[in-house]
Design a protein around this ligand. Structure first.
Ligand SMILES: [Zn+2]
Length: 169
């Protein structure tokens, strides 16, 4: 790499959360090289599936960039999310989070800002699932893994969701 790229801030408000983007579209949207986008994928931004050409959910892209940018300037505590409206780390409203398991490695957490009610997103490690469930009240949990889970113990742990009974009485 001849020049170290300057750290820049991406305006994630330009991302349509309900849309999906190709790598090319993302590179156009932010005026970055395609390789930069591919680097994000390597770095943990999950594509819709693993086949190239990659497609990225707007929601994931925004969450990824928000986390990336949020972590740079503000260190969130384990029970905090970065709120992009308040521009500071915030506790979730009612300590409630939604958990989406993306794959064996990653999951996404989303919550509403305790101060302003804006949706806040955070990427997390799938292996820390039980940790998150201790910190937060899991309002919902969705497993988006497409392929059958090769490890039955993982599936089993997910089944032991303490919050589930409260959610579906
Ligand atoms: Zn807020």
């Amino acid at each position: 790499m001849p020049m170290k790229p300057k750290k820049r801030t991406y305006n994630t408000r330009r991302i349509r959360l309900g849309a999906s983007y190709s790598v090319q579209e993302v590179s156009k949207l932010f005026g970055v090289h395609k390789n930069a986008v591919l680097k994000w994928v390597k770095d943990g931004l999950s594509p819709i599936d693993k086949h190239r050409p990659y497609l990225l959910y707007g929601r994931d892209l925004a969450a990824y960039l928000n986390t990336k940018q949020g972590n740079r300037k503000h260190k969130c505590k384990p029970d905090e999310f970065f709120c992009f409206k308040c521009r500071v780390p915030r506790r979730p409203w009612g300590n409630l989070v939604d958990i989406v398991i993306r794959n064996e490695i990653r999951l996404n957490l989303s919550a509403l800002c305790g101060a302003c009610g804006t949706v806040m997103n955070r990427a997390g490690a799938a292996r820390k699932l039980s940790e998150y469930q201790k910190i937060f009240t899991a309002q919902s949990k969705r497993d988006e893994r497409i392929t059958a889970c090769p490890s039955p113990s993982v599936t089993c742990d997910i089944g032991k969701d303490a919050a589930r009974d409260e959610l579906h009485p």
